[in-house]
Design a protein around this ligand. Sequence first.
Ligand code: GLA
Length: 326
Amino acid sequence: MGMQVAFTDYGARIVSVLVPDKAGNLRDVVLGFNSIQEYLQADEQYHGATIGRFANRIANGHFHLDDEKYTLQQNNGSNCLHGGPTGFHAKVWDRRTSFKKKIDFCYVSPDGEGGFPGNLKVTVSYELTEDNEIVIKYKAETDKKTVINLTNHAYFNLDGEGQGDVLSHILQLPSDHFLPIDENQIPLDRETPVDGTVFDFRLPKKIVEDINKDEEQLRRGNGYDHTLVNHQPISQVAASAYSPDSGIRLEVFTTEPGIQLYTGNFLSGKDIGKSGRKYASRSAFCFETQHYPDSPNHLQFPSVILEPSQVFESETIYKFSVKKLP
Ligand code: GLA
């Protein structure tokens, strides 16, 4: 049986992803709401959304480009998070083409929007394949030198949205380095080996195994909210998650150098989801494929600069399957 995906042009969001489980029943594995009002009033604003212009944090809401200082809106303590309060998640995108299995969303962000330089033309295209994959392609062009970091913020629960926490999900990521963070969740300058840390997912590991350990990095993120460094080419799995209960497995493939593993630590329980259940802390996880947080202020990180002469392109695939048990 094939999967089904639904979108909205508000934030170019994924609204639902119906995937067959091991019994052949469809489960909706992405958190979200039934009405646009609920998206507008939600406590958590990023459900399923396209995030930009700059996914994750920019420290103190400013950065320099060619000696010019740019000031952004602060919406996460002193940080600018996910492009600021009126980032791409809060825009109504144009739906330009719509085939049965493909949808393109376009948005033109005017020069100076959110404090970022350049008129930026962005296209996010979603395609559903016969192999139960959602292929997401991002493309952008600017008329002035700028910075860019795009991701999707789908919250996954492979038992189905509203079906309790994800602590017994089993994750596997080949990453051998992660980015430690400071008290404001800004990455420190160094990529750190995962060996001997709670960030070692090179062998399959349940989320619950280490998440409640008394460990400084976990305290700073209130759980996992960290970038794992990705060196896999797009043909190789960069991250995977599996729920033994439903049998559903998610595999992620990406051109991006980082994956933000976020275990929904700040979900407050205030939002009531599609099936009438509360979205509490750790009731979902995200694999946000992206460049490193705060890159404009860390020149040794992979570059997030986009020049007018360049075309920004990035691709991420979320692939679903049912894992056959031995
Ligand atoms: C990202 C961040 C988290 C949190 C969520 C949105 O995953 O890293 O800290 O802000 O987005 O709630």
